[in-house]
Design a protein around this ligand. Structure first.
Ligand SMILES: CC(=O)N[C@H]1[C@@H](OP(=O)(O)OP(=O)(O)OC[C@H]2O[C@@H](n3ccc(=O)[nH]c3=O)[C@H](O)[C@@H]2O)O[C@H](CO)[C@@H](O)[C@@H]1O[C@H](C)C(=O)N[C@@H](C)C(=O)N[C@H](CCC(=O)O)C(=O)O
Ligand SMILES: Nc1ncnc2c1ncn2[C@@H]1O[C@H](COP(=O)(O)OP(=O)(O)OP(=O)(O)O)[C@@H](O)[C@H]1O
Length: 481
């Protein structure tokens, strides 16, 4: 990308500029700037990138873009929205790599990762190479890379798409990413909406604001692209109705569906029937009604991608699950332990109802809350836990820079209306307590972190919930620890 073209695109002409100067890279992080880079200053949530312009120049930036009126030693362009400009330029810099692939974008409060894994698996079963960008990991050309955000920043997305030789790429698209223009320049073949429930009110403030960001996913659709919407969700119904400029296919058990979802039996066999009366019968490989919806929409996406019904039904049978979602273990007494990433009231309810449907005797739960995130959902989550559980323990999650004592105090404040809850800050000891308590036929949920590593070192010195459970299983073999 030539620097002159950047200026031209942003309608700023520098008459004396050498037309041949190449931009060697672009970033909004001064610490990543190298010789020949373009630095885009972003006024962020924690920091102001404009403060780091001098550092960026020292590191080799040959030009800067920002939102303030500034006079610099290198060419500078003032724009109205740095994040949007970064997104646009990132796509241009990498020569619009989204055109090389078929892209499937997934948004929704819950179910993005699960649906992404299901689609990824089925596309691979059909013989396609398939990349994935999301919360747990980024998979490109069959290699796994660490993921920092659910949706990376615009430069990372475009660079991953550029690097990828995969036929398909599945992207989890968060509302934060849509709001912050991380998705600028993406051209989706399929856009999936799973659901919208209470979350992220620390960021979006109202559910309507949150909804308005989520629905932007459809503006990323190619002209011939298709939106798939779960209308079992009331916000899904609204979103589908509002998309007059795009081809939308709705999935639901009743109402204005294009694909009718029928639940065949309690073990979650499902049937999807199109208006043309074509149908597919398949088994959801993961338990719970929530996973039935995830499976249904994943099937719809795969049908849209041209995968045969036979490959889909067969492929679902070999699905190995999703890291940190509904991972099941047993203690010696026969209690079921589920490690899961649930962190909304809605997700908790689905989990607990699934335990009930499976005739759980007593239900127990261990969970906490991520620091500096939506606090308004906590009361609702604790209420659900108290309603369904014999006993629950509130414990540490990732405190995310908050003070430990403040977090602890907040947990204690949540307990008083209920007599079946307690606080135990050491997460591993909280899990151990429930491990020892769970008897035959009981179900114990350890939720909120899934496969994510702890930020703290706890008493058992394990790295994450899965390791803690393995530790406890080994202890049982050795007759106690
Ligand atoms: C609140 C929020 O969303 N922040 C995101 C945002 O950060 P920001 O741009 O505001 O960054 P900032 O720290 O204020 O810094 C401002 C600018 O100064 C620059 N800087 C800073 C320091 C320095 O020395 N030099 C420098 O140039 C920074 O690079 C940045 O460009 O843009 C960054 C790049 O895209 C994101 O990584 C970052 O996500 C943070 C880490 C985060 O935790 N975000 C969460 C809330 C989030 O995005 N979550 C969703 C998933 C939600 C879900 O569904 O569960 C996600 O997509 O991950
Ligand atoms: N369709 C669904 N509806 C409600 N809850 C769900 C659904 N699918 C999954 N869940 C619950 O939400 C948890 C997180 O699921 P998943 O990781 O698939 O969602 P996500 O949208 O990717 O979440 P995040 O954005 O936080 O990573 C699961 O562990 C499960 O408890």
């Amino acid at each position: 990308m030539k620097l002159f073209d950047v200026f031209h695109l942003l309608q700023t002409d520098l008459k004396e500029m050498d037309h041949e100067i190449e931009v060697s890279g672009l970033t909004s992080d001064s610490r990543k700037v190298k010789q020949g880079y373009l630095f885009i200053a972003i006024a962020g949530f924690e920091n102001d990138g404009h403060k780091y312009i001098e550092e960026a120049i020292k590191n080799g930036a040959i030009a800067v873009i920002g939102e303030k009126r500034l006079l610099l030693s290198v060419p500078y362009i003032q724009v109205r929205n740095s994040r949007k400009t970064l997104g646009k330029l990132a796509s241009i810099f990498y020569s619009h790599p989204s055109k090389k692939h078929r892209l499937i974008g997934i948004t929704g409060t819950n179910g993005k990762t699960t649906t992404a894994y299901l689609i990824h698996h089925l596309l691979k079963e059909a013989g396609f190479s398939c990349g994935m960008i999301g919360t747990v990991e980024n998979k490109i050309n069959n290699h796994t890379k660490k993921a920092k955000n659910t949706t990376p920043d615009a430069v990372e997305i475009q660079s991953l798409l550029d690097e990828s030789m995969d036929d398909f790429i599945i992207l989890e698209i968060s509302s934060h990413a849509l709001h912050q223009h991380r998705t600028e320049g993406l051209q989706l073949d399929i856009a999936v909406f799973t659901n919208l429930t209470h979350d992220h009110m620390d960021y979006h403030h109202t559910i309507e604001e949150y909804y308005n960001e989520k629905k932007k996913i459809f503006s990323l659709l190619k002209e011939e692209g298709v939106g798939l919407v779960n209308i079992e969700d009331t916000w899904g119904e609204k979103i589908a109705r509002e998309q007059v400029h795009h081809k939308i296919k709705t999935i639901g058990t009743a109402g204005d569906y294009d694909l009718q979802l029928t639940v065949k039996d309690a073990r979650y066999q499902l049937k999807l029937t199109s208006v043309e009366r074509e149908s597919i019968v398949a088994e959801s490989p993961l338990p719970g009604k929530h996973n039935l919806y995830n499976t249904a929409i994943a099937i719809a996406a795969c049908l849209e991608a041209g995968i045969s019904k036979e490959v889909i039904t067969q492929g679902l049978k070999n699905f190995r699950g999703v890291p940190g979602r509904w991972e099941k273990f047993h203690n010696r007494k026969g209690a079921v332990f589920i490690i899961d990433y649930a962190h909304t009231e809605d997700a908790l309810r689905y989990l607990l109802q699934t335990a009930k449907e499976n005739s759980a005797k007593k239900i127990y739960m261990v969970f906490g809350f991520r620091g500096k995130r939506d606090k308004s959902k906590r009361v609702k989550m604790v209420k659900v836990a108290s309603t369904y559980c014999q006993q629950f323990i509130l414990t540490s999650d990732d405190i995310n820079g908050e003070s430990k004592s403040v977090v602890e105090e907040e947990l204690y404040h949540l307990i008083p209306p209920y007599n079946n809850g307690e606080v135990m800050m050491d997460r591993t000891l909280a899990i151990k307590t429930m491990w020892e308590k769970g008897g035959s036929g009981d179900w114990v949920f350890i939720i909120g972190k899934g496969s994510e590593n702890y930020q703290d070192i706890f008493h058992l010195q394990t790295k994450n919930d899965i390791e803690t459970i393995h530790y406890l299983i080994e202890c049982e073999k050795d007759e106690g620890c």
